[in-house]
Design a binder for this molecule. Sequence first.
Ligand SMILES: Cc1cc2nc3c(=O)[nH]c(=O)nc-3n(C[C@H](O)[C@H](O)[C@H](O)COP(=O)(O)OP(=O)(O)OC[C@H]3O[C@@H](n4cnc5c(N)ncnc54)[C@H](O)[C@@H]3O)c2cc1C
Length: 481
Amino acid sequence: MTFDSAYGLMVGYNFLTAQDLRVSSAVSNTADVVIIGAGAAGLSAARDLTARGFRCIVVEARDRIGGRLHTIADPASTTPIELGAEFVHGGAPITRQLARQGRLPIYTVVGDRFQSNRRGFVRLADYWDRLDKVLRLLDQRRSRDRSFADFLAARPGGHKLARERALASQWVRGFQAADPEIVSERAMAEGSSPGEEEERALARITDGYASLVNLLATGVPDLRLAAVASTVIWQRGHVTVVGTTRNESFEVTARAAIITSPVPLLLQRGQTPLEEMGGSIEFEPALPDAYRRALETLAMGDVIRVSHVLDAPFWRTKSVGKNKTLRSVAFVHAGNDGMPVCWTTHPMESPVLVAWFGFPESAELVRRSSDEIESETIAAVARLFHTTRRTLERRVRACHHHNWSRDPFTRGAYSYARVGGADSAKTLSRSIDATLWLAGEAYDAEGRTGTVEGAIGSGLHAAQGVRRALGLSADGKRSAL
Ligand SMILES: Cc1cc2nc3c(=O)[nH]c(=O)nc-3n(C[C@H](O)[C@H](O)[C@H](O)COP(=O)(O)OP(=O)(O)OC[C@H]3O[C@@H](n4cnc5c(N)ncnc54)[C@H](O)[C@@H]3O)c2cc1C
């Protein structure tokens, strides 16, 4: 199946596209619920509500479903290539239950973790324990919130935890994609310390996140692709979503709306060339002040992740000391708490090496052209693996990445709370006059921000609110989950 990408990507990975999903123009434009966005949150909400007998219309700006779940295939790789989310983090009970239901195999990520320094590779033993030593000192109940940088500046753990603090800083900048100067200590304390064994688990869906997306979409009959919503006109119990699809305008009317647009699309409108490309949503009347203030306390991190498809997994024979190689390596971290962090597909065998850049490198890289990004990341990966750029270049068969920060319908990778914003997701997860609901990774009240589990959970939470507001389905059908 060919995937027609608006962003110059390659062959699709079994993704449902406009050709597969009938884009309806002659059908009714009236529904019980209109949902903006066919990512994890929007599809989960639509699936749940449809299964309970509610008529839903989903409008999606792109020519494909999935949003930040975007799996592609490369003939030279035996594993799917993810341009957005890749891992199932922690217990993730909703994601795992869905996968079981859809018979989608999941495998656990095992393997070694190394740090690369000037002299070679050092095994990062007890990675999570060391991280937890610092992260467990974050204070969720602080009366005055402060930034993670201020938390670190107070030298929690003293001299003994200096290295652990560097590791924690790399983790916050890397995997949380957050600027330590602005990310909230209280929010981090609530959502992110991977203290328990279950929270530390990492897994992958064997056939890629696309298989989960397709599962979620299967129960949703009215999905309209290439339909960019621009205005939500609402009053209690009545919503009209106005937008454009290809060359025509559209209007969809419903009793309630679930809006899953990422934070920047609800805040900015037509100020920059990226915003002028569309996607921003205007509300008439405007969102209540409490919601606008809460949105302003959320930031969107930048991430650059590049999947390098190589001629062979060269690291497997790379020596890391007497009779030892990187054969079972899963992750390699840059030394001195820098970037990138690289990972392999271990325990699956594939010649793919992913390089991941978080803050602040990503903030600079997202402004570059694709060629420049690839050239810079190859140079950084070569340094990490103690080889030359030219040697690595000769081995690279293809590079795949998507610049989410320059994607008009995302404008960043995922969200985090600024100082003072620890409770914002909870505020935003509440309905607006029992008529509008925000759903998505940024608006998850359970602290699962920035994850697929959070997006799905938040979609289901919004669906539950809609069901209560509109009345439970007459046939009392059980949830799709
Ligand atoms: C590089 C990267 C790596 C990640 N890695 C992981 C990971 O390993 N594990 C993990 O759990 N999470 C990861 N995440 C986060 C995860 O991908 C997101 O949390 C999740 O997919 C968000 O789902 P969502 O439905 O909230 O938003 P989205 O997926 O962004 O869905 C919103 C949808 O709304 C559409 N839309 C926007 N504006 C409009 C409009 N005006 N009209 C109509 N439609 C509109 C968009 O096109 C999009 O399809 C990663 C994200 C990125 C970017």
